[in-house]
Design a protein around this ligand. Structure first.
Ligand code: MSP
Length: 508
């Protein structure tokens, strides 16, 4: 059995979780579920990043201690993880004492490797980024990411000698051309490395909300170093008594958006090498969900509140929409109108209706009993269905989530055309066509079963509900992709039920 370990960034608890956080968590969940159904031994990690200035300032603004602030907000992130139906194996908080102790041991290893030096450093610091900027990186004197003015920060700090790892990093990139995907992000990180790496400050003297530097408790460890280490620290205490570190490190894939590319694709491998670990096997950098600006705004009332959508329509429509609408890896605009449109046209009409029609035709023409396989058309539909499973399976494995959805959807449309072409209501009127009608109804049910199994990582509850309505087994072992064969449809009674996706009245 191969292992597959996947992570999301750990989110800052400076404010409430929003759709952007939910997006990465859902993406990681889709990949985790996909790999579980390939039979892999999966570990899926997410959590919260709770130290640093950004969080301390947010606490101060609310008149709370940092501890009160994070203890109040971290559960909101945990709830978000649950409400998007993420199947994470662990939820780490960087204020967990086990993590804090692990971070201290980790930085001791950097020091033992001779990669730490004390220096005085002054620079322009953006608190929102928790990072320093060079003058020439600023746009009109402002942070290119946040548009706020960085402040001058000068301190005597401990430095990690990142420059020592420049050549090793460059080699790593050249030897592992797929380690950062998409290619554009690989190129961006590599050219950053080739542009020359400065050593980085890894401690802060001016703030106290952080993990003390073990050999100098006057300073706390820089929040980004603290945060990155979560990916390994979690493995040491997620399951008491189990050594997950040797089982799941190196991580197979870190998922993140392009805002934090440099930390993950440049600094993190160097820190790991210095401390004697292997680098993660890969990183996948996705784009931004665009919600601001002209296209979407609060005043226009078309901001997508994930929690409201989930409450109204269930979580699967949101999961589906985000990955169907925005090509995973690229930026994309989302809107409530767009959501409702796709919900109605694809989930309600194309998928939901198809399920209802198939179940009701089997009810009407075969008393609710799935007809057995009949050899019609030389097994053409079976071949198409299994080709769809193979193609979409490969696309999911390649993190081409949107392409995989398109592959499945072409087959959903094919099944809808099949209903129209075969017109079972006409076949039912002609007793000579009984065998053909059996074959058509069987084919539709077998095809829908393949659709449900293939889509399971994206819309897990709906997939199980489709299988249930078709009378098909749906325990975890039944959801393996290897089970997605046309001839595995079992004899069963179908179950009639209300629409899977009641149409949204867009006018209202
Ligand atoms: N705490 C750091 C990460 C430390 S990881 C060791 C951090 N936190 S964050 O709360 O700002 O989360 C950033 C991440 O949230 C992005 O990399 C991305 O995964 C996700 N997103 C936040 N807003 C998003 C969009 N609008 N669109 C897509 N992803 C978004 O950075």
């Amino acid at each position: 059995m191969s292992t597959y370990s996947i992570t999301t960034p750990i989110y800052y608890v400076n404010a409430e979780p929003h759709l952007g956080h939910a997006y990465t968590t859902i993406a990681a969940d889709i990949m985790a579920r996909h790999h579980r159904r390939l039979g892999d031994d999966v570990f899926f990690l997410t959590g919260t990043d709770e130290h640093g200035n950004k969080v301390a300032q947010a606490a101060e603004e609310r008149g709370l201690t940092p501890r009160e602030h994070v203890d109040g907000l971290a559960p909101r992130f945990r709830e978000m993880t649950g409400s998007v139906n993420a199947s994470n194996d662990f939820f780490i908080r960087t204020t967990d004492p086990e993590h804090e102790a692990y971070v201290q041991r980790f930085v001791e290893r950097l020091r033992a490797a001779g990669d730490i030096e004390k220096r005085t450093y002054g620079g322009l610091y953006c608190t929102a980024c928790e990072g320093f900027y060079n003058e020439h990186d600023l746009v009109d004197g402002k942070c290119p990411v946040h548009g706020t003015e960085p402040v001058w920060l000068e301190e005597e700090n401990y430095f990690f000698l990142l420059s020592r790892y420049q050549e090793r990093l460059r080699q790593h990139y050249l030897e592992h051309p797929d380690w950062v995907r998409p290619r554009s992000r690989y190129n961006e990180a590599l050219s950053f490395i080739e542009g020359g790496l400065d050593d980085i400050s890894i401690s802060r003297k001016s703030i106290t909300w952080g993990i003390p530097v073990p050999w100098d408790p006057e300073q706390v460890i820089y929040v980004w170093v603290d945060a990155l280490i979560n990916y390994v620290s979690a493995l040491t205490y997620a399951q008491p008594g189990a050594d997950l570190e040797s089982r799941y490190w190196p991580a197979d894939i870190h998922l993140l958006a392009k805002d934090i590319l440099k930390f993950h694709a440049v600094i993190w491998p160097a820190l790991l090498w210095s401390a004697g670990y292997e680098a993660p096997r890969s990183e996948f950098i996705h784009g931004y969900l665009l919600m601001g600006g002209e296209k979407m705004s609060k005043t226009r009332g078309n901001v997508l509140d994930p929690f409201a959508v989930i409450e109204q329509r269930g979580v699967d429509p949101l999961r589906f929409y985000l990955f169907r609408e925005v090509t995973f890896g690229q930026d994309g605009v989302i809107s409530l109108e767009g959501f409702e449109q796709r919900y109605n046209s694809e989930l309600a009409n194309e998928l939901g209706n198809l399920v209802s029609r198939v179940v009701s035709m089997i009810g009407k023409y075969r008393s609710g009993r799935l007809p057995g396989a009949t050899d019609i058309d030389g097994g053409a539909l079976a071949r198409e269905g299994e080709a769809m499973v193979a193609a979409a399976g490969g696309q999911f494995s390649a993190v081409e989530i949107t392409a995989a959805l398109e592959t499945v959807w072409e087959f959903v449309r094919r099944l809808n055309r099949y209903v129209e072409e075969e017109a079972p209501w006409k076949l039912a009127k002609d007793t000579d066509q009984a065998e053909r009608l059996d074959g058509v109804l069987h084919g539709l049910a077998a095809g829908l079963r393949l659709v449900a199994l293939t889509l399971h990582p994206v819309i897990p509850d709906t997939a199980i509900e489709i299988l249930r309505r078709l009378g098909q087994p749906h325990e975890p072992a039944d959801l393996l992709l290897a089970e997605a064969r046309f001839d595995r449809l079992v004899a069963a009674d179908v179950v009639a039920a209300p629409s899977l996706f009641p149409r949204i009245d867009v006018e209202a």
